[in-house]
Design a protein around this ligand. Structure first.
Ligand code: ATP
Length: 450
């Protein structure tokens, strides 16, 4: 048992170290000692993040007739947060250790237990009190009540306040969805587990508006649960590492009539990956009440006017990245590699001249690299020896490595090495781009069902 625990902790350490070493994720503001709960994506992480967001957008907006996208402002009129209930109810229960005054979330039993162990004696805790998670900011030239705003605690509000603008400027018919990707900020009591709980993070959400009927609510709630689970499976996450967990009545957010999480079996136990929430007409009703604007929808068939219900799917970009990395991490036969779906891999191929000090090899390799680059993200590496280059591309999850050697100058072929099988094939330079694209598409077709 203890051994498995060590192994799991070890796995997280290895992932954190790989992320830093290879340029996926760095601690935020590191040279100033960091800023708790913030992370910066490095050159490779930025590519990975863009890939996941592009794939999500493709799946939820581009390939659907019934979803449109928006990109709303992070800073909003503070009244919007009163209306949505966040100023009052967006809180976690906070307790403080009376010995060292460190603060914890009262509902995180494991963290509390672990802290108790550090003192080696029974701890007295303060009474649990509500701690609001909204991050305050000040806008304008005067600091004070007047200029205080909030950085958005979730991205939903930007959709809700634009509901009228969206239905007036598009031809949406019910049911329809509004998708958005963007940053959210939370004053988390205990950020931790790498990027899992951060104070600044990104969300990908669809608010799906339906007729306000119980049967419709249940139907679309179930539809989105399956739709999201299928999407994560399509990205290659192992089935046994995903599960649904319904929220009990007392843990549901203030707006939720029904709530289910998709959870991931992380090295520190089953954890929330994303949420599916039946928000009913909570947001539109409250914004109607607070703004005085009519938020109802006119049914073109019946002429009836009503407030629509909202089935929300809300996923963290950063949690997706973290869980995809954990799931893809492999140590086999003395090598480490990321078995990432090629659509997610930061680079699709890497090109190497066998020897960096042979201009004829470098020239040909450079030409191949320049040909591939406009077609997909391609890496160049001429440092060290070929073994080291494979080693580093494996850790980046690059599906194919292309080596130009002395034979290439004669037979106009290159060696292509597959990340997962390590098999090597000689491929004609003229057919290389087509070969790689077919291979990449083969994988995408298999999993993404394009
Ligand atoms: P938790 O219980 O883990 O604090 P939550 O239930 O408050 O999460 P939601 O408000 O439902 O989370 O947010 C939707 C999604 O946004 C989460 O499933 C997660 O993927 C992501 N998310 C929420 N809070 C954070 C955070 N602090 N850091 C990173 N991602 C987050």
């Amino acid at each position: 048992m203890a051994q498995t625990k060590d192994k799991k902790e070890n796995l997280m350490e290895k992932i954190v170290s790989l992320c830093k070493r290879r340029g996926f994720i760095f601690p935020g503001s590191e040279i100033y000692g960091g800023l708790s709960g913030t992370w910066d994506y490095g050159p490779v992480g930025a590519l990975f993040k863009k890939n996941i967001k592009d794939l999500w957008w493709r799946d939820t907006v581009q390939l659907r007739d019934d979803v449109v996208g928006v990109d709303a402002a992070i800073m909003m009129n503070p009244k919007a947060w009163e209306a949505s209930g966040h100023t009052e109810a967006f809180s976690d229960p906070l307790v403080e250790c009376k010995i060292c005054h460190e603060r914890f979330r009262a509902d995180k039993e494991m963290e509390i237990k672990n802290h108790e162990k550090t003192h080696n004696k029974t701890i007295e805790w303060t009474k649990s009190k509500k701690f609001n998670l909204l991050v305050k900011a000040y806008l304008g030239v005067l600091e004070g009540e007047e200029s205080q705003i909030y950085l958005r605690g979730e991205i939903t509000n930007g959709v809700s306040v634009n509901f009228k603008n969206i239905i007036n400027s598009t031809r949406v018919k019910i049911p329809f969805g509004v998708a958005q990707i963007g940053k959210a900020f939370r004053n988390e009591i205990t950020p931790g587990n790498f990027t899992f709980r951060s104070r600044e993070f990104e969300q990908m959400e669809v608010q799906f508006y339906i007729k306000p009927e119980e049967k419709e609510g249940k139907k679309w709630f179930d539809y989105w649960k399956k739709n999201r689970m299928d999407w994560y499976l399509s990205l290659g996450i192992k089935k046994e590492n995903l599960r649904f967990r319904d929220h009990a009545l007392n843990e549901r957010a203030h707006y939720a009539r029904m709530a289910t999480d998709i959870e991931y079996k992380s090295p520190w136990g089953w954890q929330e990956f994303m949420g599916i929430h039946h928000r009913g007409d909570w947001d539109l009703k409250r914004h109607q009440q607070f703004s005085g604007e009519d938020m109802s929808f006119s049914d073109p068939q019946t002429g009836e006017k009503y407030l629509l219900w909202d089935i929300e799917t809300s996923a963290g970009v950063d949690r997706s990245i973290l869980f995809l990395l954990i799931d893809a991490y492999r140590e086999e036969g003395g090598r480490v590699y990321l078995k990432l779906h090629p659509a997610l891999s930061p680079y699709k191929a890497a090109v190497f001249p066998l020897l960096a000090n042979k201009p004829e090899l470098v020239k040909l390799a450079r030409k191949i690299y320049d040909d591939l680059r406009p077609q997909f993200m391609t890496a160049w590496d001429d440092r060290g020896n070929i073994g080291k280059r494979y080693y580093s591309q494996d850790e980046l999850g690059t599906p194919f490595c292309v080596t130009v050697d002395f034979d290439s100058l004669e037979d106009k072929k290159v060696t292509v090495r597959d990340r997962d099988t390590m098999k090597q094939e000689r491929i004609s330079i003229l057919k290389l781009a087509e070969y790689l694209k077919n291979k990449l598409n083969e994988d995408e077709n298999k999993i993404l069902k394009l």
